[in-house]
Design a protein around this ligand. Structure first.
Ligand code: MIC
Ligand code: SF4
Length: 754
């Protein structure tokens, strides 16, 4: 097991690459055709490559990832579940990263010191549980999980799963990197495979070169406009073509990161010279050499690029030469347009033109290149005595990046126009923003270089309209102070802005020193995991009850979500991040952001017990205490966004039996199944309209639940009439066993203890 504890992974990479080449040739032979890069990497991680069925969108495949990564807001629940499995240590190399729980208020040093105090018991828990089970621990301040993974662990041809939806970031370095719920991570940590439906493949062919104001961010913003927030569901997005080879590794990572916003399982780029240079710049010479020697094979077979339509299910083309810098938003990441028309559009919609804040950073856009390009605009401005007209907040992605941009004077450039530098953490990207300049409820516009812009996401204020663009574009708007500005053509201080420029990697390399990593001891068995029984933030889990069998009759309808219902609507972040290790306490936020068809106020509904309008988490609790089962009705793409399994555990804990929606986002649907819930879809999406407030729902024939077989529901109206509904599910045989056992975790327990 020593290898699992080895955190200098060159040996591991060598082994993975040997398998990659071997399996690729086996599968090329078996399928009798050339392979795309994504196929090669996926197949190399199949538990049974010789016999696995690989029908896209149909077969369930079993994969063995090389690594697992978890961030502090999801690791708590994941590790509480891992503890229930009761193994001596993790079976696959794993790391924990403390990044989400740091609140942005005054600047890096103060905020980090404050976080160490406020989150002490959580950090103590995570560091002790990591040491005990052989997990590498990254302290608060070391950086955002995806940036650290890219710098330390990602390698072309590898596979990682992470308990965060932006894990695909590592696809920038040629990895199959998949965001999952904590229970999926537990599977892999106990040595079981990660199971997913064989994805469809979307090919994106890039031509031209990024130029002028256009950067990698604009590629993914454009892809999101084309594919929409649902367009990548069940698919891997593979980039290729001359334009792909013109992008830096971190630029590629930005694109893969935001593949989460279109629902893609993951996105990836082939390895090229940029990958080799990035591995060297991050101090991984040995791995760089392994990759360099295989450059021609760590990409799609040559036939694929010649005739992509034969090998991908869908092909999109984007020409970087003509791509205009994009701005997307508000409220959804797929509402995009070029910078040239945002002013007009904002005026038409009555969106405030004045910007109240500009934010640069997050896991999406905080690379050396990002900051260098943003700083070049700042340098030009400060030389002309200009300062920002709206507060500009900068969150570096990792300590290594922060130290490097400080060393190279880039932070100074940003500070010279008035920027505040925050801790190397998620901060305002996840509502960890102590914002005092705007009264809640006040409509205002902000611009960020982040990836998500759902209402309330950044500052908890539903009236904040968030727009997303590249870091350099964000800095230009911070200088202009208004959306009514085109950085390409408009002037500041009587001059047109210069085109941003910045090196992809500093000529002196990234700062060498890596701070904040604690390797696990060789033997952790004597380490005690610290959980205070009186804690309001951590609670040992009690396993859910197995399915009792029979039909589920007389379920009430808790609510019917109208329109977007993301995991932020289901289980908000911000102040609630505090309770991510305490199921009972965090359940008090259930559905608080949901727009319910049966109540005027978001987060409210009709309590059938009290016959009154009440907050949804309270109603759910009343039902649970009364032994009254309930269902939740959802619209399209229910559970879009985050991987947080709290969004699935909370309804389960409060007595939900099924979520019935028009469609689901992948991670959330799996999370629901893992927790023993029934995610069901209307065979006829129009049936969504027929569900009314006082209906009672019976789910019939669950004892015969079988793959690909519809489920019958009977809906009873208060007037005594009733009608039948046909519902669908995507359970495989194995997943049905989770439902019967009460959760996937119960299955693992049974397996390891009997
Ligand atoms: C997010 O960006 O929404 C988060 C916070 O990183 C989540 C994870 C979480 O909710 O803890 C994600 O993207 O999975
Ligand atoms: Fe953190 Fe934001 Fe990235 Fe999520 S999207 S990992 S909250 S920086």
């Amino acid at each position: 097991m020593a290898e699992v504890r080895d955190t200098t992974p060159a040996a591991l990479v060598a082994k993975a690459l040997a398998r990659y080449e071997e399996v690729a040739s086996v599968l090329r032979e078996r399928l009798g055709r050339p392979l795309t890069f994504a196929e090669k990497v996926l197949y190399a991680h199949l538990r049974h490559p010789e016999r696995a069925e690989l029908e896209r969108g149909v077969s369930w495949i079993e994969l063995d990832p090389d690594r697992v990564a978890m961030q502090d807001a999801t690791a708590q629940m994941a590790l509480l579940q891992f503890m229930v499995a009761d193994l001596p240590e993790v079976r696959v190399p794993t790391t924990v990263h403390c990044d989400h729980l740091i609140q942005a208020e005054r600047g890096a040093d103060d905020d980090l010191a404050a976080a160490r105090v406020t989150n002490r018991e959580v950090y103590d828990f995570l560091s002790s549980v990591s040491a005990r089970y052989g997990i590498g621990f990254w302290e608060p301040g070391a950086g955002i999980i995806h940036q650290v993974v890219l710098e330390q662990y990602a390698f072309p041809g590898g596979m990682i799963i992470g308990t965060d939806s932006h894990t695909p970031n590592a696809g920038g370095l040629g990895m199959v990197a998949i965001g999952v719920g904590g229970a999926d991570a537990v599977d892999v940590m106990v040595g079981d495979p990660f199971t997913v439906r064989m994805p469809r493949l979307i090919g994106v062919r890039l031509t031209g070169r990024p130029n002028g104001w256009t950067s990698a961010k604009d590629v993914i913003l454009r892809v999101a406009e084309i594919l929409t927030v649902k367009g990548g569901t069940g698919a891997v997005v593979e980039y290729f073509g001359p334009g792909a080879r013109a992008l830096s590794t971190t630029g590629k990572a930005t694109i893969c990161n935001m593949g989460a916003e279109i629902g893609a399982t993951c996105s990836l780029f082939p390895a090229d010279d940029h990958a080799v240079a990035y591995l060297r710049a991050t101090g991984r010479d040995e791995i760089a050499a392994l990759v360099e020697a295989r450059l021609g094979s760590l990409e799609a077979d040559p036939e694929v690029e010649e005739d992509p339509a034969r090998y991908f299910d869908q092909v999109i083309e984007i020409d970087l030469d003509t791509l205009e810098p994009q701005i997307v938003g508000p409220a959804t990441p797929d509402l995009g347009r070029g910078v040239g028309s945002i002013g007009r559009e904002a005026r038409e919609h009555g969106w405030p033109l004045e910007l109240s804040s500009a934010l640069v950073g997050s896991c999406t856009n905080s690379s050396y290149e990002d900051i260098a390009r943003a700083a070049s605009v700042a340098r030009w401005a400060s030389a002309r005595g200009l300062r920002v007209r709206t507060p500009l907040l900068v969150t570096p992605g990792s300590e290594r990046i922060r130290a490097t941009i400080e060393r190279d004077g880039l932070l100074r450039d940003l500070e010279a126009i008035g920027a505040t530098v925050l801790a190397n953490a998620c901060g305002p990207c996840i509502g960890q923003w102590h914002r005092t300049d705007i009264e809640p409820g006040t409509t205002n516009s902000i611009i960020t270089s982040y990836n998500r812009n759902f209402p309330r996401r950044n500052d908890g204020n539903a009236a904040t309209l968030a727009f997303i663009a590249s870091p350099e574009v964000v800095v230009a708007y911070a200088l202009a102070g208004t959306l009514d500005f085109n950085p390409l053509t408009d002037e500041l201080a009587g001059e047109r802005l210069p085109e941003p420029e910045g090196l992809e990697l500093p000529s002196a390399g990234l700062a060498r020193e890596v701070r904040g990593f604690v390797a696990p001891p060789a033997d952790g068995s004597a380490i005690e995991v610290r959980i205070d029984p009186a804690s309001e933030r951590l609670q040992v889990l009690t396993p859910f009850e197995p399915f009792e069998g029979g039909d589920l009759v007389g379920l009430v309808v808790l609510a019917k979500a109208v329109g977007k219902c993301t995991t932020d609507h289901i289980s908000a972040a911000g102040p609630w991040l505090r309770y991510r290790g305490h199921l009972d306490n965090i359940s008090r936020n259930l559905f608080l952001g949901v727009q319910n068809a049966f109540a005027a106020e978001p987060g409210h509904g009709w309590c059938q017990i009290h016959q009154a309008d009440e907050p949804l988490p309270e109603i759910a609790r009343h039902y649970r205490d009364a032994g009254q089962g309930w269902v939740m009705i959802g619209d399209e793409n229910y559970g879009e966004g985050s991987s947080r399994e709290h969004a699935a555990m909370e309804p389960r804990y409060l007595g939900a039996r099924a979520i019935i929606a028009r469609s689901f986002a992948r991670i959330h649907e799996t999370n629901l199944k893992k927790q023993g819930m029934l995610p069901l879809t209307f065979t006829d999406p129009a049936d969504y309209e027929r569900i009314e407030r006082d209906d009672r729902v019976d789910l019939v024939g669950l004892d015969e639940l079988a793959p690909d077989q519809p489920i019958r529901a009977v809906v009873h109206r208060p007037d005594g009439t009733s009608f039948d509904l046909e519902l669908r599910h995507t359970f495989s045989e194995d997943q049905i066993a989770w439902f019967r056992a009460g959760s996937a975790l119960n299955m693992i327990r049974q397996r390891h203890h009997h």
